[in-house]
Each structure stands twice: as structure tokens, then as C-alpha cells.
Design a protein around this ligand. Sequence first.
Ligand code: PEP
Length: 255
Amino acid sequence: MRQYIIAGNWKMNKTVSESVALAQSIVAAVKDIKKVEVVIAPTYLACAKVADVVKGTNVKLAVQDVHWKDQGAFTGKVSIDMVKEIGAEYVIIGHSEQRQFFGETDETVNLKAKKTLSAGLKPIICIGETLEERQGGKLETVLSTQIKGAYAGLSEVDALNTVIAYEPVWAIGTGVTASDEQAQETQAFCRSVVKEIYGEKVSEALRIQYGGSMKAENAQGLLGQKDIDGGLIGGAALKAETFFGIIAPAEQLSA
Ligand code: PEP
């Protein structure tokens, strides 16, 4: 069985001191969680201090992006060595906000994924369609293009060290969630694309999270679906109680 992974993407929220306090409450809330992989992604600025809070606990650290170059004149960017040094294990790559507002493309997602894997860290690769694309019958083409673009040139071993986050853009931060059936059907399709590239063994092992207004009220239904292996959580990850409200059903379902 694939291990559930619940990751909180804090986006541009929380000052450094607020981040430390939130990380402390999350660490306390999940101390008895044994089966679910719990990950938090604060802002870059807060990461080093949050790393001290989560060290030696069952909470892992992620960053929200990385550059694919090792160093140099890339104002505002952060390299994989910087990320690795503070002890992060995961890197969120290709979030729809990066794609929409900051020029992320399938090609840059691929470069970032390669750089992350080469440093021994694990990419959480975000994909997802807009409402217009879904309604225009382009769902499968969009997702298949994004997956194939992200994984171009990655070996099977590399692929096994990645996680896909399927996040319908129309469900992110909107309060509108994909239905259990919609999410399951789409994620089964994503898994079939992975199978097309790498075969059954990899596609059955690779974890696919759902993201888009996941919260305590809908987590059980979504996480109970065969092809949903966790969640990438925005809004509900900003309070320990609401984040725990998603982790708890994942732990129960793992039993
Ligand atoms: C996200 O940004 O990845 C996300 C899923 O946000 P929210 O949970 O707020 O919809």
C-alpha cells in the first residue's frame, strides 16, 4: 500500500515568528501520527528556523520552489544546495500559481525536478487543468502533456522519488472541491500516463496527491479513493487544527 503524504503549502503566509509557532503546534498535534508522512512548506525566509523546530520529529520540511542553476546572478531565487543545507526533503515544483503568475513551464518544471533529484531531494510535481480546459474537453491532453514534460529524461528510480500533486486550478483556494469521483477518475488517468511512460510497477508505487480546497470535511471521502495518496493543502494547512483534521482521516485509512 502506498503511504499517504499530507503536505501543507503555506504559500506567502506567516512571518518567521508565526511560522515557528505554527510549526510547533503542528509538531505537537501530529506527535502520535505513525503511518502518514507529514510535510510542511513555509516561506524560504522561515525555513531555517522551522527546520530547527521539526528536527527529530515526524514532520518533514519542504520548500515551495527551487532554481535549476547551482548559483549565480538569479535575483530572488534559491539553489538546491541552500535548500539541502537546511534539511529540507521535498521541493514543490510547478504549482499552478508559479505557472500562472511567474512563467513556469513544463520545461522549467523538468529542469527543477532534475536538479532536485540530483541532490537527493524529492520533487512534488504539481499539475492541473483550468476550468476552461476541463470544460473545453482538454483535460486529458493538458494533464498528459504536463506529466510527460515534467518526467522527460527521468529514470524509473528518479520517478519513484517523486510525488505528483494533481490540483485542478479551479479548486485551488476557491472553496470548490472536485467531487470524490471526479478526483478519482482524473487521478486514475494521471496514473495511466505514468504507466505509459514507466510501466505498471512504477505507476503503482508512485504517489499522487489531490490538492484543491481539501479540508477536514471532505478529506475522508477524497483520501478513501483508490488513486488518491494524500493531499497538498493550502488554506487548511495554516492552522494546526485544520491541518490535523486532514491528517487524522489519512492515519485512520492507513490502519
Ligand atoms: C494549493 O495551493 O496547493 C492548494 C491546494 O490550496 P487550497 O488548499 O487553499 O485550495
